[in-house]
Design a protein around this ligand. Structure first.
Ligand SMILES: [Zn+2]
Ligand SMILES: [Zn+2]
Length: 135
């Protein structure tokens, strides 16, 4: 399934081919800060299946590592600031795409939640709660 997307201003466009590895709701503090929302919804794909046009800027995010070692590269449009992708430096074979930049968001269906310890208290994810009840 091919997917395509763009930043807010349109200088950065991208496409994803092949199947997604997973679609994850991320409640981490850094996703909240970068995206300005309560959580991010991330499409995890093999790096070889992601291609883009336009120039992105990158912020090397150390997370909570006091040594300052970069653990996630956060790539964004240098013109409008839209977050586009993240690349974990320990897993460079994958690319994590911010699903809010998709042209067609109708196919987005998260299958997992991560970083729930920093989840905002009002956020409820019914479908994912049901899957927990089956465990
Ligand atoms: Zn842009
Ligand atoms: Zn996150």
């Amino acid at each position: 399934m091919a997917m395509s997307g763009r930043c807010l201003c349109g200088q950065v466009t991208y496409s994803i081919t092949g199947d997604l590895l997973r679609t994850a709701v991320c409640h981490c503090d850094h996703c909240q800060r970068q995206g300005g929302g309560a959580f991010s919804v991330n499409l995890v794909t093999a790096g070889e299946n992601f291609s883009h046009t336009g120039t992105m800027k990158m912020y090397g995010d150390p997370g909570d590592d006091p040594s300052g070692t970069v653990h996630v590269e956060r790539h964004f449009c240098g013109n409008c600031g839209s977050p586009i992708i993240s690349i974990p430096t320990g897993r460079r074979e994958i690319v994590i795409v911010k699903s809010g930049t998709l042209n067609d968001k109708s196919s987005v269906s998260p299958d997992v939640e991560v970083w729930c310890e920093s989840k905002q208290s009002w956020v409820v994810m019914p479908e994912l709660e049901v899957s927990k009840e089956r465990e």
